[in-house]
Design a protein around this ligand. Structure first.
Ligand SMILES: [Fe+2]
Length: 432
């Protein structure tokens, strides 16, 4: 066994352990009632997410990579995300919290044994531990989803975290991204998912993009200017949704006599005008952009602003370079339970001086979710391919609730334009 393979096994074990520690935190800070309850029709009961994480791990790592006997083939159907809509999962005969914990622990024991023995080369599924990396990201993605469920939960606060770092200085205005080609997507990132592949050249005209995401203070000006009551700023579908859903402010904002407050993980507090706005849907982001006389960036514009290095012409893994995210680069991984004020991560800026692209808030782009030229589904069609089309808008960059293993300069997230229970914000762009 080579030294490099040994290091890879250690990395996988560490990453699996970090994901499980987070899952444990999110599922042991609430009681069994809260674990089994439906906190929102948009979300699964937390206990479904827990066993689903274990079931996916069993399918891919125990059975497929390991070639081992199934642990619980009888529950596959219950935890198949394509078989049951989130709103219906509470009615299924799910494993109870005790059974779910025992199940995921049994699966994990077997997986650590598989990890000790599996070849990490030879097939694309195991090459550089891809399947393990996919499962690490899957668990972390469900952890972010569970964090959003925590935000929707009512009752005594159970999560806490220190505040994010204070800004080093104000970050305002925009940068000019010159016209020309850049490399979008990746063919080399070992744990990149199918929709991020392959690397390909994209030529863009020059554009301006904001150095920071839109803040609460800026968004409040849109509210105060009557932006929610003026159909001029909204797309037709957006205005219909604004009317039907009664949107008047970002989700979790609450109005009192003195003005707007925000409820975060069970605690109500003042709105910080210098933090990126979060919990807005694509329609709200697009309306704000129209009101501000700008637009959302396309997905390609976002990625060029984040990755393109004018000095070398190559695309970086992250805005700051190729090294994995550290706490000095970005607000990730639930280390802080809110976005940081703009300017808080000067070391995370891109070569062009664009800040906080990674972490803080997922950023809506104007783009629908489409395959890159040369796309091939892997390891299964349901990972990405079935979602391609005009129904979903792409979000980029991860949020304060995204783990560092589940975001990079090429990472693509997608959701319906009405969704805002996710940690979603945006930044603006305009033609040069
Ligand atoms: Fe899943």
């Amino acid at each position: 066994m080579t030294h490099e393979t040994e290091r890879l096994r250690e990395l996988v074990a560490t990453e699996l352990g970090r994901a499980r520690d987070r899952t444990t935190l999110l599922t042991e800070t609430v009681d069994d009632g809260d674990l089994s309850r439906q906190h929102s029709p948009l979300m699964s009961p937390l206990v479904w997410d827990l066993a689903h994480v274990g079931n996916q791990e069993e399918l891919w790592l125990v059975r497929d990579v390991g070639g081992r006997e199934p642990v619980r083939r009888d529950i596959d159907e219950l935890y198949d995300a394509f078989k049951h809509a989130r709103r219906d999962r509470v009615q299924l005969p799910l494993l109870d919290p005790r059974e779910a914990r025992r199940y995921v622990a049994t699966v994990r024991d077997k997986v650590l044994d598989v990890l000790d023995h599996a070849p990490l080369e030879g097939t694309r599924l195991v090459e550089r531990a891809f399947a393990f990396g996919m499962i690490v990201q899957h668990e972390q993605q469900h952890d972010e989803t569970m964090l959003a469920t925590h935000q929707l939960r009512t009752g005594t606060p159970v999560l806490s975290a220190p505040p994010p770092p204070a800004p080093a200085g104000r970050v305002t205005g925009e940068v000019l991204v010159p016209a020309g080609a850049f490399t979008m997507g990746t063919s080399t990132e070992p744990w990149a998912l199918d929709n991020e592949r392959p690397a390909h050249q994209v030529v863009l005209p020059a554009f301006h993009i904001d150095r920071a995401p839109v803040t609460n203070g800026e968004y409040l000006a849109f509210i105060d200017a009557g932006g929610y009551d003026d159909p001029r700023w909204w797309t037709t579908a957006g205005w219909d949704h604004r009317q039907a859903a009664g949107l008047v402010a970002p989700q979790h904002w609450v109005r009192d006599d003195a003005g707007w407050l925000v409820r975060r993980f069970g605690r109500v507090g003042p709105i910080n005008p210098d933090e990126p706005v979060v919990h807005v849907c694509w329609f709200e982001a697009a309306a704000y952009a129209a009101w501000a006389g700008k637009r959302l960036p396309t997905e390609a514009e976002w990625e060029k602003a984040a990755r393109w290095d004018p000095a070398t012409g190559r695309s970086r893994r992250y805005p700051w370079g190729d090294e994995s995210p550290g706490p000095e680069h970005a607000n990730l991984g639930q280390s802080h339970l809110r976005p940081a004020e703009t300017g808080a991560y000067p070391l995370g800026a891109s070569p062009l001086g664009v800040h906080q692209l990674i972490g803080d808030v997922w950023e809506w782009t104007s783009s629908d979710f489409h395959p890159y030229p040369g796309f091939a589904p892997f390891p299964y069609r349901e990972y990405s391919e079935v979602f391609f089309g005009p129904d979903y808008k792409v979000l980029r960059g991860g949020s304060f609730g995204t783990d560092r293993s589940a975001v990079r300069g090429t990472f693509r997230n997608w959701d319906y334009p009405i969704r805002r229970q996710i940690f979603s914000g945006f930044r603006l762009a305009r033609d040069a």
